[in-house]
Design a binder for this molecule. Structure first.
Ligand code: GFB
Length: 308
């Protein structure tokens, strides 16, 4: 990938897409194209085909997706499977048709079986039943991996896939219904502090464990992969460390400076008990994460205060 190669970042307004663009610019890439979802509806084949024919990007980052936390995944499964399947299929097929030199597809650690052995190696894909709350999203993301694999096998396309763990960072979605746990808790603790509320409600038992990666670390790792990896097996992206959700709540509470109580809403689902990724493959390419959890939370809270 040359500094003036034409690079298309699909999903540039999202948390991940915007971090990829920041990292590409830091690395000196100058020819980046993108379209907002208003300008280009990636679910519409005809629009995607026209975009690729007109723009002829050489490199593609497929970071566009319908994403959300446990409640959104569980409540809108038809939207999660339809939108993601259409986006992936349209972009991957158009990338093949227009001779894209390399494409990087982004999935999620929820593709693995609910009770996968920990830490989860890439090879454990499709070895067991999925977690029910995000089955629709997981099926769509597994299909994306398989599309890249089979386009590589049949047509020789250099399409690779990365499976990030739970991500957090600036430009996240802070809507309490559709967001992931990290932005939800930052907002809840902050609002409780400002309004002198006695307690903050956390969903579920607080016992599930999650691994969190700061989005700028992910973006750096993705660009590292784009330059150093070419194979049909997808690559796990994470830090190799996880934490109980209850413990995460305590750290966010401290960072925000909230002094009240935490209570658990047991009517809300826990989701998968644990999904710690085995990141040996990523480390073997020479990459390790830089931002530790507490520092990352402090950065996001600072950003939230300035941008909420
Ligand atoms: O981040 P989260 O929504 O997604 O929830 P998943 C993680 C854990 O935090 C769950 C708990 O056990 C939640 O019950 N939690 C506690 C909360 N309080 C809250 C809260 O206020 N809001 C939220 N959202 N959670 C998603 C998948 O799973 O993660 C997606 O549904 C995707 O498909 C994504 O894989 C990375 O980690 O459970």
């Amino acid at each position: 990938m040359e500094k003036n190669s034409k690079i298309y970042v699909a999903g540039h307004n999202g948390m991940v897409g915007s971090a990829i663009i920041r990292n590409l610019k830091e690395r000196g890439y100058t020819n980046i194209v993108y379209r907002s979802s208003k300008e280009l509806d990636l679910r519409r084949q005809i629009e995607v085909e026209k975009f690729f024919e007109d723009e002829k990007p050489e490199y593609v980052y497929l970071a566009a997706a319908k994403v959300g936390g446990i409640y959104a995944n569980n409540t809108y499964p038809a939207e999660f499977i339809y939108d993601n399947l259409m986006i992936e299929t349209n972009i991957i097929h158009s990338a093949y048709k227009n001779a894209v030199k390399k494409l990087l597809f982004l999935g999620s650690s929820c593709i693995y079986p609910k009770f996968a052995q920990q830490p989860i190696k890439e090879e454990y894909l499709l070895e067991g039943k999925l977690e029910e709350t995000n089955e629709a999203y997981a099926i769509a993301k597994i299909t994306g991996i398989e599309l890249c694999k089979f386009y590589r096998r049949q047509y020789g396309c250099d399409f690779i896939s990365a499976m990030p763990t739970n991500l957090y960072g600036i430009n996240d979605n802070f809507d309490l219904e559709t967001s992931h746990v990290m932005p939800a808790l930052i907002r809840k603790f902050h609002e409780a502090k400002i309004n002198n509320e006695k307690e903050v409600v956390m969903w579920g038992t607080g016992k599930p464990k999650r691994e969190f990666m700061y989005v700028d670390d992910l973006a750096d790792a993705l660009n590292h992969l784009m330059l150093n990896y070419s194979d049909e097996i997808h690559v796990n992206m994470g830090t190799g460390e996880d934490i109980e959700i209850g413990e995460l709540g305590k750290i966010i509470k401290e960072v925000v400076g909230y002094r009240g109580k935490i209570v658990n809403d047991l009517s809300k689902p826990d989701g998968t008990p644990r999904k710690l990724l085995d990141v040996t493959k990523l480390k073997d390419t020479g990459y390790t994460h830089k931002v530790e959890l507490r520092e990352g939370i402090e950065r996001v809270y600072e950003w939230y205060l300035e941008n909420k």
